[in-house]
Design a protein around this ligand. Structure first.
Ligand code: NAP
Ligand code: ZN
Ligand code: ZN
Length: 348
């Protein structure tokens, strides 16, 4: 075991604070990674506040991890010391079930081992990226784009793949009208990726405050959902709506914006259940779907795609000491567009 340093929540109501713990020494298939940057996902807030129940404390959050390999186990073939690597939302899975065989380890039927607030096969609680280093099996480690800054690429590991996967699955591309609801961490990656895929992209945001940013990222249109006219004007308009909002909003209103055979994909996670009218779906043979990150293979494909198209996140780099303030700002939608922690500040 090796001593690690990080920031943890000791209980659901507590602010994050410095925390010392231990990580395993690299086993033969493991890669040890010095964490340089870690993005702050809204999921981190849901988890440390135990909004989804059954949380494991102390909890070191963080699943948008970018760093440098410092050591490899003797059987490792995919990485070497000095490589720029990433770790996303999970660090292991059963490797045998139907979904793992298909490369969808994120939907492992036995149980995906998430990067934090989860347990390894032997029961050890996992600890995330708000820390100085991590040890992960090489099959769950990703190669970062070599041509883009590491800090701005950290958010690709959750926000990027969470939008890339449904955009690809529902075939966003030329001739398709795509709406991204919510221009936050996930949403802004969705705009950039959907634009690069060739779709016509519309942002549906609370207000027009972020309009210039949205257009710069590649949005063709930008509407305020605070204006009721938006819902009249855009009725029956989109092939695909991707909803990234974490607040309780009326899904029926957004489903009414779909054309015949259109799909709304939910990726944002409101705390409460959202009432749904059957009429929203049947009038137009519409579908309501969900999507959760993706497997290792598609995550690597997304990182390579982003490298090729020079897509990274718009970030605000912060010292770890400001993490609690960053959470409060995210809850007010006051982030342009992802906070990324510089882990060098953990040493100071
Ligand atoms: P975020 O950066 O906080 O962005 C959420 C955006 O939602 C905000 O920027 C805001 O956009 C909009 N919003 C917030 N409150 C709202 C309200 N009261 N009414 C209307 N719109 C509101 O969060 P994120 O990191 O992108 O994560 C979003 C959600 O996705 C979270 O619930 C997170 O847990 C979930 N998530 C899911 C997956 C998955 O695999 N499915 C992966 C990662 C995260 P505007 O200002 O533009 O309106
Ligand atoms: Zn996330
Ligand atoms: Zn499995």
């Amino acid at each position: 075991m090796t001593k690690a340093k990080g920031y943890a929540a000791m209980t659901a109501k507590a602010a994050l604070a410095p925390y010392a713990f231990e990580r395993r020494s690299p086993r033969e298939h493991d890669v040890a990674i010095e964490i340089k940057y870690c993005g702050i996902c809204h999921t981190d807030i849901h988890q440390v506040r135990e909004e989804w129940g059954q949380a494991i404390f102390p909890m070191v959050p963080g699943h948008e991890i970018a760093g440098i390999v410092t050591a490899v186990g003797r059987a490792v073939t995919k990485f070497k010391v000095g490589d720029k690597v990433g770790v996303g939302c999970f660090v292991d899975s059963c490797r045998k079930c139907e979904q793992c065989e298909k490369g969808l380890e994120n939907y492992c039927t036995v149980g995906t081992v998430f990067t934090y607030n989860s347990r390894e096969a032997d029961g050890t609680p996992t600890m995330g990226g708000y820390s100085d280093f991590i040890v992960v099996d090489e099959n769950y480690v990703l190669r970062m784009p070599g041509n883009l800054p590491l800090d701005a690429c950290a958010p690709l590991l959750c926000a990027g793949i969470t939008l890339y996967s449904p955009l690809r699955h529902w075939q966003a591309g030329p001739g398709k009208k795509v709406a991204i609801v919510g221009l936050g961490g996930l949403g802004h990656m969705g705009v950039k990726i959907a634009h690069a895929l060739g779709a016509e992209v519309t942002v549906l945001s609370h207000s027009l405050r972020k309009k210039d940013d949205g257009k710069r990222m590649g949005a063709d249109e930008f509407y305020a959902t605070g204006d009721p006219e938006t819902f009249t004007k855009l009725k029956n308009h989109f092939d695909l709506v991707i909803n990234t909002v974490s607040a309780d909003i009326d899904w029926n209103q957004y489903i009414s914006l779909l054309r015949v055979d259109g799909t709304m994909v939910v990726v944002g996670l409101p705390e409460k259940q959202i009432p749904l009218s059957a009429f929203s779906l049947i009038s137009g043979r519409r579908s309501l779907a969900g999507s959760m990150i993706s497997g290792i293979h598609e995550t690597q494909e997304m990182l390579d795609f982003c490298g090729q198209h020079k897509i990274a996140s718009d970030i605000e780099v912060i010292p770890i000491q400001q993490v609690n303030v960053a959470y409060e700002r995210m809850l007010k939608s006051d982030v342009r567009y992802r906070f990324v922690i510089d882990l060098a500040t953990l040493k100071g």
